[in-house]
Design a protein around this ligand. Structure first.
Ligand code: FES
Length: 288
């Protein structure tokens, strides 16, 4: 195993970190209770996590501030570092909201990512203070060290996002796995009314919900982190029937798979349905 990869795997499996992760997660969940603000921080309105967008302003400003330091543009450096510190507030809030609803391995790496960011921001803050005190050499050293820590932290953020798929759409592959056309699922009488039942088409799990007005079929694995929607709770929101994921509470509208509440941000694939000779058939629009 390559050294960096080995270190990342050891970090994500460092169960000792759970002693910090668990209480912090409880506090975050209490402070950022489910609702509009939390959904916005997750990125429900834009269809993918908001954190990666928001960090652009922070990283860009702070890195540019350090570059200005290196070329002797102190006035510009002050402004950019100040902007970077301010923009870190929404970026960190979104990241913390996402972090609090992840797998334990992602949360362990995320805790170190979070801590590294705090160190980096503190170094940049200390750099600003040093400037005000007229200690320009110390200020430049602090901003340069802050950038190095920020880079290392960004590396961990990339590991969470890409290798551990922390912010990916875990249902995206469904449309590539299910072939076009109608697929027979089974006799309609096999699906009890008012319950979520798990089946499969073309090897892809689906969840079938039979209601009074018809049958709704969604991909079974939650777009957030692949939780089994067939074990979820049926509910309603704004007059629409919804299914709540048992793992982190993402709520999907049955008729179109739309995310009603996060942490999921990507809509759940939804199948068209029809009944032929008593059997349920499903088709995925844009499959293939
Ligand atoms: S897996 Fe996290 S909400 Fe479904």
């Amino acid at each position: 195993m390559r050294p960096v990869r080995g270190w990342l795997v050891r970090l994500e499996n460092a169960a000792a970190l759970d002693a910090v992760v668990s209480p912090v997660q409880r506090v975050v969940r209490k402070v950022l209770a489910p609702g509009r603000v939390r959904d916005t921080l997750h990125g429900v309105d834009i269809g993918h996590p908001a954190h990666p967008i928001l960090v652009q302003a922070t990283i860009g400003s702070l890195a540019s501030g350090t570059v200005c330091d290196l070329i002797g543009e102190d006035r510009a450096a002050r402004r950019l570092i100040g902007l970077g510190l301010l923009s870190a507030v929404p970026a960190a809030s979104a990241g913390i909201a996402d972090w609090s609803e992840q797998h334990e391995q992602q949360m362990r790496t995320g805790l170190v990512h979070w801590g590294s960011n705090l160190v980096a921001l503190s170094l940049y803050g200390a750099s600003l203070v040093s400037r005000h005190r007229g200690r320009s050499t110390a200020a430049r050293r602090l901003s340069l060290t802050g950038l190095a820590v920020l880079g290392a932290s960004g590396f961990l953020g990339g590991d969470i996002a890409f290798r551990q798929a922390g912010g990916a759409n875990h249902a995206e592959q469904v449309r590539h796995l299910v072939g076009p056309g109608w697929h027979t699922v089974g006799p309609v009488s096999d699906f009890p009314a008012g319950q979520a039942s798990r089946r499969a088409v073309a090897g892809v799990g689906i969840v079938v919900v039979r209601g009074e007005s018809g049958i709704d079929v969604l991909a079974n694995e939650c777009s957030h982190l692949s939780g089994p929607l067939c074990d979820g709770v049926l509910t309603s929101s704004g007059g629409d029937r919804c299914l709540v994921c048992p793992w982190h509470g993402s709520t999907f509208r049955l008729r179109d798979g739309a995310v009603v509440h996060g942490p999921a941000t990507a809509a759940q694939p939804v199948f068209e349905t029809r009944v032929r000779e008593g059997s349920l058939q499903v088709r995925l629009p844009n499959a293939g």
